[in-house]
Design a protein around this ligand. Sequence first.
Ligand code: 2HG
Ligand code: ZN
Length: 452
Amino acid sequence: MVDDDATRQGYLVDERRLYQGEAALIVRPAGTEEVSRVMAICHEAGLGIVPQGGNTGYCGGATPDDAEGQVLVSLSRMNTVRGIDPVGFTMTAEAGVVLADAQQAAEDEGLLFPLSMGSEGSAEIGGALSTNAGGLAVLRYGTARELCLGLEVVLPDGRVLHGLSGLRKDNTGFDLRSLFCGAEGTLGIITAATLELFPRPTARQTAWLAVPDAAAACRLLGRARRESSDQVTSFEYVTRPSLELVLGSVDAVTDPLEEAYEHYVLLELSSGQSEERLRQVSEAILVAGMEEGEILDGVLAESSRQRRELWRLRESIPEAEKHQGGSVKHDVSVTIDRIPGFLEDAPSRLAGIARCRYSVYGHIGDGNLHFNLLAPDGDDPGAFKEEQGPALSECVHDLAAELGGSFSAEHGVGKLKKGELARYKDPESLWTMRAIKAALDPRGLMNPGKVL
Ligand code: 2HG
Ligand code: ZN
């Protein structure tokens, strides 16, 4: 149990400091049996339960609201890797294992756990699965849900669903594991998972490329996938204003190119081939991309240090936005062919609402844009977010919906985007979600006020 006020505070406020919660109790169970006992007691007493992992989420999904009598269950002490199967390429890890530690455990066995994101030093397996986190290598390896082969879940009344399994083929009815991935703790608590591992790539090639526009970036993505036999691991898009935020506020970073361009791509290929072979493949893509006008300029990393520097430019954008007092964040997805249309239409629509600065970047290889809006220079960021944020967000999300896209590609729903879920999700999907929630958690005790 956590009972001193200073430590409690860390659990009661979310990563983005959007929500300040209250909890009657904060408990840190050490194992599944303890989670089960806590859940059974809360169920009996009718107390709401808020599961929490690394508390790095963007939508307030792990923060209790201020309703009285909620119990916050932190999974962080459950941080054991229960085992690695080097033949079946799987890892069974408890919910509180930090992503970076899971990556390290796989690496120690010569394998790869590919779920990777800026917050991997704090984000935990349980939270990543509960929010179906994405990150920087989804294009090649999939989201958290796609990496999950089996789950152990404590149900709202304390019973344990023993679904840990390394089976790749098991067509025996409903896919329960998918149900809990992305449910954000509203159906039960994930306590452990069996996760898919991969061979470690022996070669990596990383390029920072200036491209004429997003349409050219999308064509280049297709080319890179085709010409490398799908060895593209990451294909990240960065616009000049986002790069400038980083160059202006993050230590020890430099623009890799001499000239300034409006649009960039961070391209990474990886394979089990030799470094020379992958280099040849990468160079052939870059030469063809230049000939076809998809690339204007670029550098191919010459060392792992330079690779890390290029990645730092991309990964530091959220931090650079924080230095500006934060942004009105959007995490939208559309099919890749619609990205250029989205980027073309959005500014003209937003111009009618409020003046703003843009920080647009994201996992364009997954059709996922972080379309973030900052206060105009000199304006108060807090007032901008509060006064202009709702109308700007509605406009961005409406446009994504019109293009058949999603208002939340990877950050989930939590508390922040509950209204959007009700607005944009079709009635039949909402009905199905509510029916599942009512069946598993009829008393509405699991993560009250989140998602639905
Ligand atoms: C990223 O891709 C994260 O860097 C954060 O999803 C995005 O801060 C953001 O808007
Ligand atoms: Zn992202």
